[in-house]
Design a protein around this ligand. Sequence first.
Ligand SMILES: NC(=O)c1ccc[n+]([C@@H]2O[C@H](COP(=O)([O-])OP(=O)(O)OC[C@H]3O[C@@H](n4cnc5c(N)ncnc54)[C@H](OP(=O)(O)O)[C@@H]3O)[C@@H](O)[C@H]2O)c1
Length: 273
Amino acid sequence: MNAPGTAIITGAASGIGAEFARQLSAAGHDLLVIDKSRDPLESIAADLAARHSIVVESLVADLSDPIQLRRVEQRVFAIEQPALLINAAGFGTTGRFAEIDVERQIEMINVHVVAGVRLCRAVLPRMVSRDRGGIVNVCSISALTRFPESATYSATKAYMLTFTEILGIELEGTRIRVQALCPGLTRTRFIDTPEMQRFDRHRLPDWMWMDPADVTGASLKALRHGPVRYIPGLANRFYVFVFGNTIAIALLAGYRRARAHLKANVPGFRWLP
Ligand SMILES: NC(=O)c1ccc[n+]([C@@H]2O[C@H](COP(=O)([O-])OP(=O)(O)OC[C@H]3O[C@@H](n4cnc5c(N)ncnc54)[C@H](OP(=O)(O)O)[C@@H]3O)[C@@H](O)[C@H]2O)c1
């Protein structure tokens, strides 16, 4: 029987990336796991290697750093049988673009976009020559909506969504599957960082949240036959249906303009949220 090949996963020390590592190792894949935090990464790697008798290599790297990314890219390029690439490393920030640290926004572009694109380019030649493989780029439903305080985040996710959809067109007729996974709120450490403190998770009802195991399980199932743009969960699909269409985006923009105008011109105005 053919070995299932190596799954390469960034952001594998936590959340969605760690869950991909769990599910793919249980399916018999060897793993190359990449993250910037050594201890959690090595602990997951050791646990999965022992549990499933597979080979797990861990690579500690900050993907926002061009030199460290180049090292990862070279390692990934050398893998002879890349079965899957999962680009899951990422982080969020809150705050209006004019007021937040620009260097951190550039780091975000480097992790979400530059690393994602470079690693796709590193695995694809072998996948094309073997006519097999799969790529999941973890995007977000934020790629499809327009809300303030997420300019760079939403734009990087929109880049990866478009990029992946066009890769899908270029790879039509091959056995290589690609997916732009667009999760909504997912119970991970993502929103527990100091940078996301202003995001109040308790304002949002429980039904809007998914567990990372459900997100990744649905993603891997959809990777076989599903659409390139994949939104897991009914609540997320409904959210995108309501807020992600051009009419809703235009209406919300008009509402914000009207509210700003009233606030500026009507003394004591306060009755619109
Ligand atoms: N959770 C959500 O609600 C949600 C919704 C939509 C999309 N997503 C996307 O899902 C992906 C996974 O996020 P998650 O929810 O699983 O969050 P998470 O639990 O924080 O996992 C993200 C992982 O990426 C790592 N990472 C961040 N910056 C990195 C860098 N410069 N180099 C290498 N690794 C880096 C983090 O390491 P450190 O912890 O050391 O920083 C962490 O281990 C992200 O791309 C995120 O944008 C999440």
